[in-house]
Design a protein around this ligand. Structure first.
Ligand code: IVH
Length: 678
């Protein structure tokens, strides 16, 4: 691959076509087959080259170019579109009795005694979409809307890697395929974790963030969200009419569409459907995504046609819902948490309640948009749900139960920690404390600086930081490196040995990699990934602090928000002072360009159990450093399962599928980290 622009359009055209072919191919390997052959970095490199070519020769950028994956020019508004055939919804069933009634109803309608064959599908909790393909090209994506008219979200769906821009094999000339766009739980948790790291507010659950991401006018934002799809049906098709629904799904997959085929099960009669429902109920907590029930469909397409539909729902399908992991309780009060960037998050104090085995006594209210959306007041009876995130969520207020004494949730006017004034910018959903020496912010910043992915100062946790602040020994991160042993003796439960250990750990952190140091500084919008990009690009703190916005923006994946935040951070004289002090105190972060191996090229690893020798994150990094990939769930595509003590269902599944299982030691040997502190 050349990196300079070719001089004439015909060589550019050739290179462009070649890049498109490669990117389509690798995208399909990654999303369609879960078997990538190149690393993310190599994929990015190809994409960079494509973007560069299209910038020089805009006539090369077509609607099905892989460059569409990164998003395009923002829209002013969405257009509404008619669905070729209505997007129906489903009637609900709630258990075995309802399912037997459904079966009996169909047999009556068809005047038939023979058993009906059904297809059991998982009911994914996401957002329904219709994708239109003409001559194999994705030409339109639309939301369900009211069933007959939806919103056109073509630019946004084009950014979703799992949605092919072109169909393959023997595809029909005209196809409208339907499916559910969703976010896997691991991706959702990672996204929230990143947002926490970057000082942003978190999302309530995978469905909300999916819906929100698809509703973006700027498709670049959608591109940054890890969405995926599972296709479950069609609206219209020009030829290739299959016999059964299960066959249809296989054909869709063959055309390159993503269908979660291994989650579908054919049942020869309604009792087998009920068995599957019960099985799914048990599997629910172990799945990599949220489901809220099972969809049962008559498998024969001929019978489907005979059964037809009522006004809004088909007769041939039903959704059998799961009991929600929800309970009712009361919002007793609201407390406010101050984050490292001064963001003030409202947290609900709930009357403790048991939600499917877990006692819930608090829930994040996220932000004031969420408070407004729920219309929630202190004293309200609410429904709490455990879903997606580890932190439970308030999903609904039961207004009928209001007594009249409920109170609005006030937006704080001063910081609960330091009393400084707070203010909320127009485009923000939470107020921020403006106090320069707010102890809550300082505490969170220190915690962040010392934490694992940052300077990793062992022993410098919550308890020690509290005491450092109480005795006013530390006013900035630089003060950590000025601490003397005698000062530590004033702490509770602090002996000579422990003090020594702490100071050694602080000293050892002086030579951390630049990326970790940058991450530890807690610059807004700079999470661990961005810190890595910056470190790789600039190589030293001096070079980064001298960089202008223009220079930052030229880096792929760095947008205006990050660029502005970084330049603002380094322009601040207070920050400059602290950085200079750190340097004087011997903190000398070093840029480490990690050499990438290819020993594990394309191999998929799953970590499970309580790992003792390294964290899951470090394990994944080791795999990635050798060209492999870590995944959250075991499937046929998994190559290795690394199991720590107490591994359960994933280990069992690996054994069942005959996948190689490694213990931690064996894994470290495999990645050449034997004896190292990985
Ligand atoms: S079939 C005519 N299958 O559930 C068939 N729907 O009200 C219509 N959903 O809006 C839908 N997983 O968003 C079908 N495997 C699945 C599904 C599924 C999730 C959603 C879909 C639909 C709602 C049903």
């Amino acid at each position: 691959m050349t990196t300079d622009s070719p001089q004439n359009i015909s060589t550019a055209e050739q290179e462009h076509a070649d890049l498109c072919r490669q990117l389509h191919h690798h995208n399909q390997l990654y999303h369609g087959l879960d078997k990538p052959e190149i690393s993310d970095a190599e994929y990015d490199q190809l994409m960079q080259r494509l973007l560069q070519l299209e910038k020089t020769f805009p006539q090369l950028a077509s609607d099905d170019s892989p460059s569409q994956r990164v998003g395009s020019t923002p829209l002013d508004s969405f257009t509404s579109v008619n669905h070729a055939s209505p997007m129906l919804s489903l009637e609900n069933a709630f258990g075995a009795d309802d399912l037997r009634d459904f079966d009996a109803r169909l047999k009556r309608f068809l005047a038939r005694d023979e058993e009906i064959e059904y297809l059991c599908e998982m009911k994914l909790d996401g957002v329904a979409v219709a994708l239109t393909y003409e001559s194999g090209q994705l030409v339109r994506g639309a939301t369900r809307g009211d069933g007959s008219r939806g919103e056109e979200i073509t630019q946004n769906v084009r950014t979703i890697g799992a949605i092919p821009l072109r169909l393959q094999n023997n595809f029909p000339q005209q196809l409208e395929v339907r499916g559910e766009i969703y976010m896997e739980l691991a991706a959702f948790r990672k996204l929230n974790e990143q947002r926490r790291e970057e000082g942003e507010t978190t999302f309530a659950n995978p469905r909300n963030v999916t819906a929100g991401s698809l509703r973006q006018l700027d498709s670049k934002l959608t591109a940054s969200r890890p969405l995926t799809i599972s296709c479950y049906g069609i609206g219209a098709i020009s030829d290739n009419e299959p016999q059964s629904h299960s066959e249809l799904l296989e054909i869709l997959q063959n055309w390159g569409l993503k269908v979660n085929l291994d989650t579908f099960k054919v049942a020869t009669n309604i009792e087998a459907v009920i068995e599957r429902y019960e099985e799914l109920l048990g599997l629910r907590d172990q799945l990599p995504f949220e489901i809220d029930g099972m969809v049962v469909k008559v498998n024969s397409r001929e019978l489907q046609q005979e059964l037809g539909e009522k006004s809004r729902t088909p007769r041939w399908a039903i959704a059998c819902k799961f009991p929600p992991r929800q309970e009712q309780t009361v919002l007793e009060s609201v407390r406010y948490q101050v984050g490292r960037t001064g963001a003030i998050t409202p947290v609900a104090n709930l009357r403790p309640v048991n939600v499917s085995g877990v006692t819930v006594s608090s829930a994040s209210l996220h932000n004031w948009d969420e408070i407004e959306r729920l219309g929630i007041r202190i004293g309200d009876t609410v429904i709490v749900e455990r879903a997606g995130d580890v932190i439970p969520d308030i999903v609904k207020v039961i207004r009928e139960q209001r007594s009249g004494g409920e109170q609005e949730i006030p937006e704080p006017t001063e910081c609960p920690a330091c009393g400084s004034p707070v203010s909320r910018e127009e485009d923000e959903v939470v107020p921020r404390c403006q106090g320069l020496s707010c102890p809550a912010q300082l505490k969170e910043s220190l915690k962040h600086f010392c934490a694992r992915g940052a300077m990793d100062i062992e022993g410098l946790g919550d308890r020690i930081i509290d005491q450092l602040l109480r005795l006013e020994l530390v006013k900035s991160v630089a003060d950590l490196y000025r601490l003397q042993k005698e000062q530590l003796f004033e702490f509770e439960r602090m002996g000579d040995k422990l003090a020594e250990k702490l100071l050694t750990a602080i000293d050892a952190s002086k030579q951390r990699p630049l990326e970790r140091f940058l991450f530890g500084l807690g610059i807004r919008h700079v999470g661990s990934h961005t810190a890595k990009l910056l470190s790789r690009q600039f190589g030293s703190l001096d070079a980064l602090s001298a960089a202008g916005q223009e220079q930052l923006l030229s880096i792929h994946e760095i947008g205006p928000q990050v660029a502005e935040s970084v330049t603002r951070f380094f322009a601040d004289s207070n920050n400059q002072q602290i950085l200079a002090q750190l340097q004087q105190l011997g903190v000398a972060p070093i840029a480490t360009e990690q050499p990438r191996g290819d020993k594990l090229q394309g191999k998929v690893f799953v970590f499970t159990g309580a790992l003792e020798k390294f964290s899951r994150k470090d394990g994944a990094a080791l795999v990635e450093a050798q060209g492999g990939r870590a995944s959250g769930s075991v499937s046929k595509k998994t190559d290795y399962v690394v199991a720590g003590p107490g591994a359960g269902s994933k280990l069992a599944k690996a054994e069942q599928l005959g996948i190689s299982v490694l213990d931690e030691e064996q894994f470290l040997v495999l990645v050449d980290k034997e004896g190292d502190n990985a």
